[in-house]
Design a protein around this ligand. Structure first.
Ligand SMILES: [Zn+2]
Ligand SMILES: [Zn+2]
Ligand SMILES: [Zn+2]
Ligand SMILES: [Zn+2]
Length: 335
């Protein structure tokens, strides 16, 4: 699915290592390629280098080591580091070098269309089709993907629709002019990036739906679901609250989730080994998660500034024209 679960699903201006990163998604996430035991980071790097050498190598300004590093994410998405920006740019422009079973990450521009009437017989893609027909600047096939911003949207009269556009200028037009739909004018805002955290392994940047990692137990640090942990808390909460134990009344057991305060030790799957103990991956105090949320916030601000045509340095607060994003907050809800 285009732009789903991608680390770089929205463009940013940050001139950094990001400019060298090439992202390859699995065409079929259920049958990932280059995901076997023998596919180490080094082997992937070499395979990619060979493939590039055989295809567009002669068009590049360097003769070898087109890729300096390769990394496979838990989702099996592959991140490559190009040797320089020119190589990175060329590799993003053409997919002749991309091995079968993988596809180049497409840069898309996601916008949130506010207060879209929810009709029983129209799905997000139908509405996107209507938007394409009724707004000249969104040419045919411009919409990569359309979905409701929230799952319960279909129960509402109006809801926020998120659409991904292929073209930056179409997204800019939509944001500045709004979109026409059946003689109504709908407000459009740049979509915020949504932080992701996996319920299964606890790591940020992906969700449980696409997770290919082992489970991580915050109670003992082992590779199993915390619900299966031998050390899981099942304290009778009536002892804490000082409630008298009525004979015959059933005990109230602690749920033993990461919110439980009875554990002497807790472990985080986000942080490096040495910093792992003392908190869980879901704690707001986890330094890795904190840094990630700040990064997402910064990327959202840059993206908003980019589509609204303002400089983020000029005191732009990143919260849009009406003081709110209108569609979602940055609270991190595990999925
Ligand atoms: Zn995971
Ligand atoms: Zn455990
Ligand atoms: Zn407990
Ligand atoms: Zn942590």
């Amino acid at each position: 699915m285009a732009g789903q679960g991608g680390f770089a699903s929205q463009p940013t201006r940050t001139p950094s290592a990001q400019d060298l990163v090439i992202t390859l998604h699995q065409v079929n996430p259920r049958r990932p390629v280059m995901a076997g035991e023998e596919d180490t980071q080094l082997n992937i790097k070499k395979a990619m280098d060979d493939q590039i050498g055989l295809t567009i190598g002669s068009q590049l300004d360097v003769g070898e080591n087109f890729i300096t590093a390769a990394k496979r994410l838990p989702t099996h998405t592959i991140k490559l580091h190009a040797q320089n920006e020119t190589v990175a740019k060329r590799l993003r422009e053409t997919d002749v070098w991309v091995p079968n079973g993988l596809r180049l990450h497409a840069l898309t521009y996601e916008v949130a269309v506010l207060r879209v009437p929810v009709l029983r017989d129209q799905g997000p893609q139908d509405i996107a089709d209507n938007l394409m027909q009724q707004n000249d600047f969104i040419i045919k096939d411009q919409v990569v993907y359309a979905k409701w911003a929230k799952r319960q949207a279909t129960k509402q009269k109006y809801a926020t629709l998120k659409i991904q556009l292929k073209d930056e200028s179409a997204a800019k037009f939509a944001v500045s002019l709004g979109l026409s739909l059946d003689a109504e004018k709908l407000l459009v805002e740049p979509a915020n990036r949504i932080p992701r955290q996996c319920r299964k392994c606890g790591k940020v940047r992906h969700t449980q739906r696409v997770c290919r990692s082992e489970a991580f137990c915050f109670i003992c640090g082992g590779r199993h679901e915390y619900t299966d942990c031998k050390e899981k808390c099942n304290k009778d909460l009536r002892e804490d609250s000082g409630l008298r134990k009525h004979p015959g009344a059933p005990p109230i057991f602690c749920s033993g989730t990461e919110k439980c305060t009875h554990y002497a030790r807790k472990f985080c799957s986000n942080c490096p080994e040495a910093l792992r103990e003392g908190h869980t991956a879901f704690d707001t105090e986890c330094p890795t998660k904190k840094a990630y949320l700040e990064q997402i916030e910064q990327q959202s601000q840059l993206y908003r500034a980019q589509l609204l045509g303002v400089s983020p340095r000029e005191g732009y607060n990143g919260y849009g024209r009406n003081g709110g994003s209108g569609s979602e907050s940055h609270s991190l809800s595990p999925q």
